[in-house]
Design a protein around this ligand. Structure first.
Ligand SMILES: [Zn+2]
Length: 128
């Protein structure tokens, strides 16, 4: 598989068959981990519409501006998943995302919390 075809989330799948199903085909991820991965891809691709759409109403910012944040995302590694399955109401995903800003490498290590409402997973908040 060519590097270009790979989904940016790191899964061994092509984008249209992976996170593209959620970002472009408007399907809803059935696990918290799948939502987390698709939100990472939304950051990579500057898809603020998707980030807002998958953000829980109680914590969602009114707008999201990724301008002025020229991060080049390098990769995602999911470290730990708690609950977050199709039958759960809550989920926790711990991950490390690597990126570069102005040639300097950074690491974002975050534990995100997710909730499921009416059959859809939403991002709730994070403990860095
Ligand atoms: Zn993906």
């Amino acid at each position: 598989m060519k590097q270009l075809d790979r989904c940016p989330c790191g899964a061994p799948a092509e984008y249209p068959a992976c996170c593209g199903r959620y970002l472009d085909a408007k399907l809803c991820p059935d696990t918290a981990e799948a939502l987390m991965r698709s939100r990472y891809v939304a950051y990579v691709r500057g898809r603020t519409d998707y980030l807002l759409r998958t953000w829980h109403a109680s914590t969602r910012p009114p707008t999201l501006d990724l301008e002025g944040e020229p991060a080049r995302w390098l990769g995602l590694q999911v470290r730990r998943v708690e609950a977050g399955g199709p039958g759960d109401r809550h989920g926790v995903v711990e991950f490390v995302a690597r990126y570069k800003i102005g040639g300097r490498a950074h690491r974002l290590h975050e534990t995100s919390r997710f909730v499921r409402e009416d059959g859809r997973w939403f991002y709730l908040d994070a403990a860095v």
